[in-house]
Design a protein around this ligand. Structure first.
Ligand code: ARG
Length: 460
């Protein structure tokens, strides 16, 4: 017998092509535990409304529990005839309860049901994703703690800019992840709204209690508007934005690791367990995790734009287009759950080449700004100090020597302000130590930053 939920006014079954287009159970089956939780809450509200007696409620809840165990054990599975997760689970209930199973659908539609299921699923899984973000942040923090005062070249335009502490660079990525965690928390508060009770779109003539149902399902509020309750997918789009932006952060970290592991940089070596080889070139050690983190950010961005495009033309309330919200959400969760632990493992096991970082820190005249600021401290206007230092760099670059290798005579020839005492700023550790303002790359502020970030992550 067909398991369709809408057979009454139809003469025959759906065309094969329609059934194949319409079916979603192959991907929405993962909502089953959430659908069952919603069903339990709905059974209780029906009982409170006097629409199920105590004995019926008992049997209903027992059957839902039994169905849940059967699903978990793999003994109950959707069939090709089950259009979606809701259809499959109603079949399971009918198999257990006979006609009593048909009472559960009163006052409820798949429209409020699916919106509820997806909110429950996402709130649950967003917590898991947040946990994985914390683990990656922890891995970055551990490395950063070892490199609070390890000098490294800092870049703008990917050109050598100024010396930085390598730990400071790692902590910049932690800051982005902390914002992602904040966003997930904000998102969760806004997503804490239960659509159940909205029915198809207009609420119900039955004396249901959406506020109580919301509470039982862990939602802060019941939806204020039954049309919005079934039409709204802001929580999907917003989650996908957070996922996409997190993906962008992972991609930027990935890109840096790709650079750092090239021989030209040689800043870090990946652990064998977190790198791959080549099938033809025996010498190769490739940073595939970093590349896949970078590559997979593309699909996360795609899911966001895909869902926004799907939503933009939809008249309220429910439209079947909304069924297209689920695969992007599931894939976004799966992608982050794959990428984050791999990145965390890669970061925590990588070896940082302190010698190479220190050797490269002054290359490309990264101390030029120190010279200009030294001149400012001597009373030279910055505009002029910038000019003077630029000329000094031209001379050193023409001879392919460092600033510290320019003679006293040549310094004075560039400008009478460049007395030999300027040599006190020709030092990378000196440049770092001179940075004491909050948020800057000196050892003091970096240690402080580490401390504050650790506190935030601990309290997560
Ligand atoms: N499977 C649908 C979805 O994912 C829910 C069912 C609502 N269908 C309907 N014909 N009202 O959105």
């Amino acid at each position: 017998t067909p398991t369709r939920l809408w057979g009454g006014r139809f003469a025959g079954g759906p065309a094969e092509a329609l059934a194949r287009l319409s079916v979603s159970v192959q991907f929405d089956w993962r909502l089953a535990p959430y659908d069952l939780a919603g069903s339990r809450a709905h059974a209780r509200v029906l009982a409170r409304a006097g629409l199920l007696d105590a004995e019926e409620l008992g049997r209903m809840l027992a059957a839902l529990d039994d169905l849940e165990s059967a699903c978990a054990a793999g003994d109950f599975r959707p069939t090709v005839d089950d259009e979606d997760v809701h259809t499959a689970l109603e079949r399971g209930l009918l198999e257990r309860l006979g006609t009593l199973g048909g009472k559960l659908r009163a006052g409820r539609s798949r429209n409020d049901q699916v919106a509820t299921d997806l909110r429950l699923y996402l709130r649950d899984h967003a917590r898991g994703v947040a946990g994985r973000i914390v683990e990656l942040a922890d891995a970055l923090m551990e490395q950063a703690a070892r490199h609070i005062d390890t000098p490294a070249p800092g870049f703008t335009h990917l050109q050598p800019a100024q010396p930085i502490a390598f730990g400071h660079q790692l902590l910049a990525h932690v800051q982005a992840l902390l914002r992602d965690l904040d966003r997930l928390r904000d998102w969760d508060a806004r997503t804490s709204v239960s659509p159940l009770g909205a029915g198809a779109l207009a609420g119900s003539s039955l004396p249901l209690d959406p506020t109580q149902v919301a509470k039982e399902l862990g939602f802060e509020h019941a939806a204020a508007n039954s049309i919005d309750a079934v039409a709204d997918r802001d929580f999907v789009a917003e989650f996908l934005f957070v996922a996409a932006l997190t993906g962008v952060h992972l991609s930027r970290l990935g890109e840096e690791v790709v650079l750092w592991t090239t021989p030209n940089f040689g800043w870090v070596q990946l652990d064998d367990a977190f790198a791959t080889g080549s099938s033809i070139m025996p010498q190769k050690k490739n940073p595939d995790i970093a590349e896949l983190a970078r590559g997979k950010s593309g699909r996360l961005i795609g899911h966001l734009t895909g869902v926004l495009a799907m939503l933009k033309g939809l008249a309220l309330a429910y439209d079947r287009d909304l069924q297209e919200d689920k695969e992007p959400v599931f894939d976004a969760v799966d992608t982050l759950e794959l990428v984050l632990p791999a990145l965390a493992g890669m970061i925590s096991t990588m070896t940082v080449r302190v010698d190479r970082l220190a050797a490269q820190a002054p290359i490309g005249y990264t101390l030029a700004t120190e010279v200009a600021e030294w001149l400012v401290r001597q009373g030279v206007p910055f505009r002029e100090a910038h000019e003077i230092t630029g000329k000094l760099v031209v001379i050193a670059a023409a001879r392919d020597i460092g600033l510290d290798e320019v003679s006293d005579e040549d310094l004075l020839a560039v400008s009478p302000h460049l007395t030999p005492s300027v040599r006190e700023v020709f030092s990378v550790p000196g440049a770092l130590a001179a940075r004491i303002t909050p948020g800057s790359t000196g050892p003091g502020p970096v240690a402080e930053q580490l401390h504050v970030a650790a506190d935030k992550l601990d309290r997560w």
